[in-house]
Design a protein around this ligand. Structure first.
Ligand SMILES: *[C@@H]1O[C@H](CO)[C@@H](O)[C@H](O)[C@H]1NC(C)=O
Ligand SMILES: *[C@@H]1O[C@H](CO)[C@@H](O)[C@H](O)[C@H]1NC(C)=O
Length: 203
């Protein structure tokens, strides 16, 4: 009886882990599919984004890790308009979000601050407006943060400026927006200057 129990237990556990894997896959499919539904895609770059698949790993412009979780979304210069969506914050293993050179409007979703593994966020050369979410300051592994060439306004949040103190940030470009110039020149004093900071000159 003991053995029978173990057998059922093992099968039950296996079924549970398959179910969990499927649920994880669906969260990422759902997030990307939701985004697809709110953008206009005249070049059909998202045509292969079939929401009935168990994961998005075979979709064009999407890269996954060995666990079939999304690590890259690469849609630069793709002709997209519409906006970003908070659902993108559900791509928990995302390292590269590259959507530069489109015509995306609206605000940068604060939920992108949940993408704790993000290495590169390139939203440059769109028409994004509103302020830079302070939550981007959570992204401690960020190396390349490109928000240049949008219509962003307001101050750069202190929390985001503090990314410069972490050793990872190499490039921080917020030029060509309507931001209040706010990068203190003392920020990197006393340590090697490793971050290239590009902002508009004080008016
Ligand atoms: C993120 O995924 C959860 C399920 O894990 C879902 O309930 C939630 O609505 C998703 N968030 C967004 C913004 O879509
Ligand atoms: C920074 O942004 C400006 C304005 O979009 C652009 O002209 C410049 O090439 C960018 N520099 C780097 C190093 O990304």
């Amino acid at each position: 009886m003991g053995c029978g129990c173990c057998g059922y237990g093992a099968i039950f556990l296996l079924a549970m882990s398959l179910a969990v894997a499927a649920v994880n896959g669906n969260v990422e499919v759902d997030a990307l599919h939701e985004w697809r539904q709110i953008v206009s895609d005249p070049n059909n770059v998202m045509q292969s984004w079939d929401p009935t698949l168990i994961n998005p790993c075979t979709w064009f412009h999407i890269t996954c890790n060995q666990d079939n979780s999304v690590t890259r979304v690469e849609l630069g210069n793709a002709g997209l308009s519409g906006s970003l969506t908070p659902a993108l914050g559900n791509l928990t293993n995302l390292q590269y979000l590259e959507v530069f050179g489109n015509k995306l409007t609206g605000e940068i979703p604060a939920e992108l601050g949940r993408l704790s593994k993000l290495v590169s966020l390139d939203l440059s050369n769109n028409q994004l407006w509103g302020s830079i979410p302070a939550s981007l300051g959570n992204l401690k592994y960020m190396r390349f943060l490109r928000l240049n060439g949008n219509d962003l306004t307001g101050d750069i949040p202190t929390k985001v400026l503090q990314l410069i103190r972490w050793d990872h940030l190499r490039l921080f470009n917020v030029s060509d927006n309507s931001l209040t110039p706010s990068l203190p020149s003392t920020q990197t004093k006393g340590r090697p200057m490793v971050t290239i900071i590009i902002q508009d000159p004080t008016a």
